[in-house]
Design a protein around this ligand. Structure first.
Ligand code: WTA
Length: 666
């Protein structure tokens, strides 16, 4: 395995980080979380989870908490039945809280909508009936490819309501990526929009769906499973139309009756599939089921964000296309009856104060965002947030990648006015919910530290042999016991699930992250230890990128590494060998780079575009033919190249270094 911890904190500054911030008494006395919960969960973990799960609404209550007899395939609360949408929406209406605002929607162009739980109740029922009218049934898969608009939330909940399995595909993915995901899940319906708003322009989505559903040059297999495409009108731009297949959302959904009895499903009924990058070329369709996932999303959201649903205004800036949006916009917060901000746009359109303007406008109290966004705001300067009234904020969260102490301190001081607890939350698409985080009001925080597993979660840091490391030492992050919101597998591939997560260490879940215990035994995340990169909090696979590059006719070979980047955490750096017999042989380094950037956008999506593409004469390999990414990372990060003794051809690195010196890069 290629050990390489990227980003900060570095091992060195861990030894020197001594700042701690004790909870303010004024916060602690009202905090949802208590230290007692750790104790309770430690004494009887399953009883603790039973108690949490009982806070959901069950149609038929469960009797068994966990069935682990077929490990690593878990069943939680399996003999109970419930419905996710009933928990997220109907419950609040039943309990007389229907007038509470569920979402303040802020479109990028400045259009707004205020949606109460009553409004959501009406919308999800109409949408559920709309889906049924198109023949979607329990267990069918529905691909959702939408901008960050209320219909995305409604579509997800409507699927859950009828027992259909949603597979949300982030709107930044290309037609090819969408095709792959639709095919793998054999989706029956695609829900999309004409387009979304991006930096003042209309970004088309529907044409990408069209492209995904017809045969193309490289991919002769069209997504054949799809019978209909349901299109939300968002931008009003012109859209090609396939008669009989394409339907407007407003034509199908709006005339439906607003009465629909939820489909009561078993706790282990799949709720959603979400594709994520692994270490191989094909993305994995991770799937989560209903009862366990909802339990942990709900509980963690209440504890970690200290949500007081009557008074808080909560804003998670993630896109619903990623797991953070699933667990901490749709399911966790809505089950807890939160009032949320949903924002369609980017932080700097039309100006760099846009986020802070939104915080001021809606009096946001809880903000959950990613380190890359914090570092970007740092770069723009604190004079920008200083122009806005951020005094409503009372808690700040971070997710997606290691947060460096400097960014943590800036977030706490400039955004949080030195009064808000900062919670650095570690988790993954696989874990479904936050696993490691401080508890606000309980934990004395250290800048850049994720601290401890939440109550009921048993995480550890182990060495190569699977033994727990001592305080002050580093190793691999593992989870020792099953947890309710754990992934239930990889869609259609039982073997790959076992192999990816359960084969490294006997009986433990392998997260793929490096971690360290500090002298107090608290956990610091050190970045991925496998071939997964983290660019602006987005997971990318080096292999997937290499596949995208070598499928271009100019490219003979490609090697991709994640190099550390001040703003995005990591950035994609690609080394390519150009074919001497192709058109690319005549092109300059800059022309090759331009052409291949386009290729990556087309194959994966704009967010995966390499920062740097370097043309080299050869890629360094071991004698067994494995690419030595460690050496390439040295080059990409401007370090002296490390040990080359295992290279099949020791002179390759010299050639690369010389080539770069001669300006063959971009
Ligand atoms: C990384 C996002 C350090 C980690 C919720 C993990 C983090 C991957 C943190 C999962 C954090 C996420 N500190 N690293 N607080 N949060 N990561 O599936 O490498 O998109 O394995 O889930 O992001 O990314 P995913």
């Amino acid at each position: 395995m290629d050990h390489h911890a990227h980003g900060t904190p570095t091992l060195e500054n861990l030894h020197t980080e001594t700042r701690t911030f004790s909870p303010l008494v004024s916060f602690a006395v009202h905090a949802n979380a208590t230290a007692y919960e750790y104790k309770k969960a430690e004494v009887d973990r399953l009883a603790y989870w039973r108690e949490q799960a009982l806070q959901l609404q069950w149609k038929i209550p469960f009797t068994e908490v966990l069935d682990w007899s077929d490990a690593p395939f878990a069943r939680w609360f399996h003999d109970g039945t419930l419905n996710a949408c009933d928990n997220a929406v109907d419950k609040h209406v039943r309990k007389g809280r229907g007038d509470r605002v569920a979402f303040y929607f802020e479109g990028e162009p400045g259009d707004t909508q205020t949606l109460t739980y009553n409004d959501m109740y009406e919308r999800v029922q109409k949408a559920a009936n709309g889906l049924l009218s198109l023949g979607v049934r329990k267990g069918d898969r529905v691909a959702i490819y939408l901008p960050q608009i209320p219909e995305a939330v409604v579509a997800m909940l409507a699927c859950a309501r009828i027992g259909a399995i949603h597979s949300v595909v982030f709107g930044g993915f290309s037609a090819e990526s969408l095709r792959q995901r639709i095919d793998d899940a054999e989706a029956k319906l695609v829900i999309t929009a004409d387009g979304g708003n991006r930096r003042g322009a209309h970004l088309a989505l529907k044409p990408l769906v069209d492209a995904a559903l017809v045969p193309s040059e490289n991919h002769d297999k069209p997504a054949e499973s799809v019978t209909n495409v349901l299109v939300v009108r968002r931008t009003g731009q012109d859209t090609a139309w396939v008669e009989g297949r394409d339907l407007w959302w407003h034509d199908v959904v709006d005339p439906q009756p607003a009465q629909h009895e939820p489909e009561w499903v078993d706790a282990e009924h799949p709720l959603f599939i979400l594709y994520t990058s692994g270490t191989t070329g094909t993305p994995k369709g991770l799937f989560h089921t209903t009862g366990g996932y909802l339990t942990q999303a709900m509980t963690s959201h209440k504890q970690v964000f200290d949500l007081k649903p009557e008074t808080d205004v909560y804003w998670c800036t993630a896109d619903v296309g990623w797991v953070t949006g699933h667990s901490y916009i749709v399911y966790g917060p809505m089950i807890n009856g939160a009032t949320q901000v949903l924002y369609e746009g980017v932080p700097n359109a039309p100006h760099e104060g846009r986020w802070w303007e939104i915080v001021e406008k809606y009096r946001v109290t809880i903000l959950y965002t990613a380190p890359t966004a914090i570092r970007t705001c740092m770069k723009w300067g604190e004079a920008i947030p200083d122009q806005y009234d951020l005094s409503s904020l009372r808690l700040l969260g971070s997710v997606g990648e290691p947060i460096n102490p400097e960014a943590w301190m800036w977030y706490r001081r400039v955004i949080g006015g030195n009064r808000c607890p900062v919670v650095d939350t570690w988790w993954q698409t696989e874990t479904g919910a936050i696993m490691i985080s401080p508890l606000p009001g309980v934990t004395a925080t250290k800048p850049g530290c994720a601290h401890a597993p939440l109550p009921g979660v048993v995480a550890d840091v182990v060495d190569d042999t699977g033994r727990s490391v001592s305080n002050g030492e580093g190793g691999y992050l593992v989870i020792r016991e099953p947890w309710p919101s754990m992934l239930r597998g990889i869609w259609g591939d039982r073997k790959r699930y076992r192999k990816t997560y359960w084969n490294q260490f006997d009986g433990m879940y392998f997260a793929g992250d490096g971690a360290k215990k500090d002298i107090d035994g608290e956990i610091w995340l050190m970045g991925r230890v496998d071939d997964v990169m983290n660019v602006s909090g987005h997971r990318l696979s080096t292999t997937e990128l290499e596949h995208a590059l070598v499928s271009h006719p100019w490219v003979a070979e490609a090697a991709v590494v994640g190099a550390s980047d001040e703003t995005t955490g990591q950035a994609v750096v690609a080394f390519v060998v150009v074919r001497s017999d192709g058109d690319g042989a005549q092109a300059t380094g800059e022309e090759v780079a331009q052409e291949l950037r386009k290729q990556v956008r087309r194959e994966i999506g704009p967010f995966a575009t390499p920062r740097t593409i370097l043309v080299v004469s050869e890629v360094p390999k071991t004698r067994s033919g494995k690419i030595m990414r460690r050496l390439l990372r040295d080059v990409a990060e401007n370090r002296p190249v490390g040990d080359v003794t295992t290279l099949a051809d020791g002179s390759v690195m010299n050639a690369i270094a010389e080539g770069l010196g001669a300006g063959k890069g971009d």
